[in-house]
Design a protein around this ligand. Sequence first.
Ligand SMILES: Cc1ncc(COP(=O)(O)O)c(C=O)c1O
Length: 463
Amino acid sequence: MSKRDSRRPHPAPPGTISQVVVEAVKALSAEEISELCLRHTLYDWSAQAALKPMAIASAKGVHFHTVDGRRFIDFNSQLMCVNAGHGDQRIIDAIKRQADLLPYISPFMATEVRARLGQKLAQLLPGDIEKVLFTLGGNDANENAIKIARTVTGRSKILARYRSYHGATGTSIQATGDPRRWSNEGAVGVVHVLDPYHGIQRGTDSAEFALAALDETILLEGAGTIAAFILEPITGTNGILIPPDGYLEGVRDICDRHGILLIADEVMTGFGRTGRWFGVDHWGVVPDLITLAKGLTSSYVPLGAVGMRPKIAAYYDDHVFYGGLTYNSHPLGCAAALGAIQAYEEDDMVGNSQRMGEVLKKHHRRLQERHPCVGAVRSIGLFGAIELVRNSKTLEPMAPFNSTSPEMKAISQALVDAGMHTFVRWNTIMTNPPLCITEAELDEGFEILDGVLEIGDRAVKNL
Ligand SMILES: Cc1ncc(COP(=O)(O)O)c(C=O)c1O
């Protein structure tokens, strides 16, 4: 007897509701949900034994609720991805309408949602980018962008930066510069370059200095061997690193000089996160390829995209594009993206990100004035981070690179206890709320942070 058969309940007598149906309608408790999820499903980026995932019941706007009745303010838009906020009816309705009409059709077909979304993105994307490949998420958008760059240039190497994240599989994790790469190494072909930012104690290079270092790496690697430079225009999980003015423009020039394609990974920075539609828009730089996901659909349904300039798109007019997945250009994803863009436009969420970004900056400054453990604050739009230190003179981080500390763990736990969800990584606390956030909701979040940072203050040694 199979494992499945052995667990099947005895048949219920005719005319009564079967036990299976009764079990299906009985709601699980928070405890049961968490326990079953752990027992039968594997969690990302974690050793499983110490986990206790929160059971979530519902979410609306900038808040979500747990099954056992707790309310959280979402100060990281989950994984910096629910840009429109939770439960936006326009996105939900767009998905529902498409589900009624045509939930799936092969990517070889043409659909109205795909047509409309392609056209809309051509309007929104930087410069002359007017063609996209629809993927499933950010990771495979980067895989495809790199594949396209290698094919079109006939070169194999990829440049990427150390303080970067580009995805979890294949070449995307090789291109990732941060320590998530270390246990995934194996393939060749990615050369990492230093970022302008060198950690809180050393700070940020000038654009000229950083560009000279890039130029030197290209010289030493052989420009003719490099297909592309992939970078997050404003680095996300590695600490909201905003490049000095002139850097991205300089990178564009260097790439042009050497025939290297520039891939902007806008998976996190796209769709209003930084107060403009795309991160590169702050500096007027047009990349050759741009990768998108997360805010594209506000993450209600998975969808990614690779946008390409006409000179790259033209290559595929008479060359086969050797790529494709069953769920590419998924109608539900395309519908969700159209719903999300409608929400961004109707409520001017990109403008709100810029305006509320100024309010967020004030809160950051206030925290820095009040708390000796706040060593640095950085933000652009609603894309922000707070770096904590244990010495306000030497700026020694509250946790070392790629590690944590008892204080950071205590801060993390205190945030959860106080009803805030955000991303605490190494010595950094993220402040990336949904773009629909109001001033009052920002106040609510920063009041929690203000209270919790006292834990950090108590660890500062030089007071
Ligand atoms: C900048 C960047 N690129 C790529 C990815 C990978 O995207 P996904 O998780 O949708 O595959 C992420 C995810 O966090 C990201 O932040």
